[in-house]
Design a protein around this ligand. Sequence first.
Ligand code: KIV
Ligand code: ZN
Length: 393
Amino acid sequence: MTSNIVPADPGRVLIFDTTLRDGEQSPGATMSHEEKLEIAQLLDEMGVDIIEAGFPIASEGDFRAVSEIAQLSKSATICGLSRANFKDIDRCWEAVKHAKSPRIHTFIGTSPLHRAIPNLSMDEMADRIHETVTHARNLCDNVQWSPMDATRTEHDYLCRVVEIAIKAGATTINIPDTVGYTAPKESAELIRMLLERVPGADEIIFATHCHNDLGMATANSLAAVEAGARQVECTINGLGERAGNTALEEVVMALKVRHDIMPYTTGVESTKLMNISRRVAAVSGFPVQFNKAIVGKNAFAHESGIHQDGMLKNAETFEIMRPEDVGLAATNLVMGKHSGRAALRDKLRQLGVEVGDNQLKDIFVRFKDLADRKKEVYDDDILALVRVSDDAT
Ligand code: KIV
Ligand code: ZN
């Protein structure tokens, strides 16, 4: 069996975005129908490979959103989630089937804690996996299967059920770190072990799906890629339950900026990251923290005099990527009490004000005095200082 989604380039990493499914499951992040369509369109235009558009059995609204996104999508594969039963899988297929490239994603919790919930023995669960993946594959030739809580599942059992899912026709096997418990070394070892021990593992794609409970989701995802995973599951701004999911923008930019040590590529157009980040923040109601990697308000902002001076001489001194690469117009040199004279002169030039050395000295003293009283000094404040200085000199 050969999957229809294995890219020819062995270094190509597929980006699977689940903002509209796992992201939206975040308490309080519910999006309207129109908002979901808008985000799906942005994801599609940005070059995301697979969009998990929702959980069709969950509600009429989810079903409608997944089926409309399936019909509207121009290039991304459209995926829906389903539990391990025929009713869920049939509903999922009904929603995704009109997509140019549909995918059914079905899952079941395989760790001891999760097996206890449906009260299935190991053998009974193995049979359920065989039946449900076979059923999904009879409907769709692109089937993803996930052993939920894989990182806390016994290794022998995990190998056994992954082999069953592959034999039943799964084309992608996703390895979720459902509770954000794993660490980079372990995340890599798990993928390596599956690739070595499971027959047929080299014919499918392994995906990594990490949660950020210990703040390691991106590191764990990248470690899995280095071990052989070729699909990363992630969300815009890391939106997701509890501490969230792996942040799409972090994975994309890490692979771009550190291509020297991680020679993998994605199909995502990084200049579209800032816009989609802002739209997801707006529609989900989850603001992006100021110091969030890549898309935070301060990710390309500098206030200290030493940093501003360095930035004015050579941006690479304190920036490892260009703001334009993520869709920002320019670096933001924030004027505050830590700013130095070089930054003030530069700011005055930007505002069209040319002053001599003596007047710069005078404005600088006034600026420092104001900055001690105010968190951030805005352009209008600086122009007011220039007028006061003009009157005084
Ligand atoms: O975190 C998780 O285990 C999931 C699965 C449904 C893939 O989101
Ligand atoms: Zn998840």
